[in-house]
Write a protein that binds this ligand. Structure first.
Ligand code: ATP
Length: 471
């Protein structure tokens, strides 16, 4: 069975429930009642997330000769954020309800209530739209909304033991700036030539006030970003190449095309640094609808120019072939790690009507994760909990643990049907079952997650067989 929009069974609630039940994602600070918009990745979630980041790094850094990586600090000099424009412009427009004190994003309220795109409009403009349409508080229903005002989304903290005399710094709201700030050092040491890119994976922090929708919108999240430096007159062409590269990436981790689209930003929606931006959007289930998954922006030479002015350092690139200096333009593909994990779960989730071991109607929940990103690549299951089966099963498990990139689970508890179902639900593509026949013919049953088909395989061939399917 394939999932299409009309038969799609995944909902955010089902995904969040499965994530908690199976140890992908837990509510943050759960035993203290949770902390809004914070979530923790559990034993399976951490593997999924690591796989996403590993595949990404292999694709864009190890797999290419023109991109190098960095791993910069979360805390940076406060002047970085003045130069980047974040102190001035990294704001969300808020409205409050005077009656019930609820707080909303003005642009989201307009979008949801009037179906009108409002991101990037001024607070005055949004206040006018809200007043003219007579929009009411969505919580208490009163027409008592304040005017929209700007709220800076950067988290602040203080370096130094005494708050009054300490230096106020920000937790970075994006990973991008370090790539500009370290541009000169990378030019000096990295043996790079334009066009080239700098990549980073790391945490970013934003004081978001709107509801999170599970791990869609977090206070603390991870980004995978590339700043790709090009000759100014080659920026438009490079942009197109990145549109395709981002789509290829989604395909490589198994995301279905039908729920992904590209949306071009309107002129009044563009960020302060961008001359062209597109969003890769994903069709989330239910009322969420199409939402931003990734962004791709042409940042021109805005950032290097700003940092050059604010720091007083010459950040120009010397082009040997052309014997001239210039500030490169920057194409920036940004991938949210958490949103990637979320859509992988949504895309993979499926339910099948079937019968259980006693012949009773039953629903099989299966995560059809691509083997590249699945937390466990395989499970080794002795048919029964017996020493004579445990011994060869354990040997197979050890052999498989040596397969590069293969995290394998060993499970001998409960009946075999239940164990298969558990592996289906956590997205394990293959199960190897050791039974009494195995003792005679040194072979095992391979059971495929997606169609539950089974075949026999010589035990000695299993590691190579698995490697071929996950590499
Ligand atoms: P949104 O409009 O959803 O707030 P944005 O336009 O502010 O997103 P960017 O600044 O373009 O997002 O950030 C780049 C990417 O980082 C996004 O495409 C998304 O994948 C991820 N991202 C941004 N904010 C969050 C967040 N609060 N929680 C999780 N991921 C986020």
């Amino acid at each position: 069975m394939t999932t299409s929009e009309t038969t799609r069974v995944a909902t955010m609630d089902k995904i969040a429930a499965l994530a908690k039940r199976r140890g992908f994602v837990f509510p943050g600070s759960d035993i203290y009642g949770g902390l809004a918009n914070t979530w923790d990745y559990g034993p399976l979630g951490v593997e999924l997330k690591r796989n996403v980041k590993d595949v990404w790094w292999r694709t864009f850094v190890h797999g290419r000769r023109d991109i190098v990586g960095i791993d910069a600090g979360i805390l940076m000099h406060p002047r970085v954020w003045e130069a980047s424009g974040h102190v001035e412009s990294f704001n969300d427009p808020l409205v409050d309800c005077r009656t019930c004190k609820s707080r909303f994003r003005a642009d989201h309220l307009i979008e949801e209530r009037l179906g009108q795109h409002a991101e990037g409009k001024s607070p005055a403009e949004m206040s006018r739209i809200i007043a003219e349409a007579g929009l009411k508080c969505t919580v208490c229903g009163n027409a008592t909304l304040t005017d929209a005002r700007q709220f800076n989304m950067m988290f602040r903290t203080v370096i130094g033991p005494v708050e009054e005399t300490g230096t106020e710094v920000y937790l970075r709201p994006e990973t991008a700036q370090a790539m500009f700030v370290q541009f000169k050092n990378i030019l000096a040491t990295g043996r790079v030539k334009v066009p080239f890119g700098i990549a980073q994976i790391g945490k970013a922090f934003r004081n978001e006030i709107t509801p999170g929708n599970f791990i869609f919108r977090l206070l603390e999240f991870e980004q995978m970003e590339i700043e790709y430096f090009v000759k100014p007159d080659e920026a438009a062409e490079s942009f197109e190449t990145w549109v395709a590269a981002m789509r290829d990436w989604l395909g490589s981790i198994g995301v279905k095309d039908e729920f992904v689209r590209v949306r071009e930003h309107d002129a009044d929606e563009l960020s302060h640094y961008s001359s062209r931006t597109i969003d890769y959007e994903y069709l989330f289930p239910g009322s969420m609808g199409w939402r931003e998954l990734y962004g791709l922006a042409n940042r021109s030479d805005y950032d290097l120019r700003q940092h050059q002015e604010h720091s007083g350092e010459d950040l120009q690139y010397f082009d040997q072939a052309e014997n001239r200096k210039y500030l490169p333009y920057v194409i920036e593909p940004t991938f949210g790690v958490d949103r990637t994990c979320l859509i992988l779960l949504l895309d993979a989730y499926d339910e099948e009507e079937t019968v259980d071991v006693n012949g009773k109607p039953d629903t099989r929940v299966v995560l059809r994760l691509h083997p590249r990103v699945a937390p466990y690549k395989a499970a080794v299951l002795p048919l029964l909990r017996k020493p004579e089966l445990a011994e060869p099963a354990q040997r197979l498990f050890e052999a498989l643990s040596g397969v590069p990139g293969a995290l394998v689970e060993y499970d001998e508890t409960g009946n075999i049907g239940k164990r298969y179902r558990r592996q289906d639900e956590i997205g394990t593509p293959f199960c190897f079952t050791v039974d009494f026949e195995s003792l005679e013919d040194q072979s095992v049953t391979v059971r495929h997650r997606d169609d539950m088909s089974q075949e026999r395989l010589a035990m000695a061939d299993v590691p190579g067989w698995l490697l071929e399917r996950i590499a």
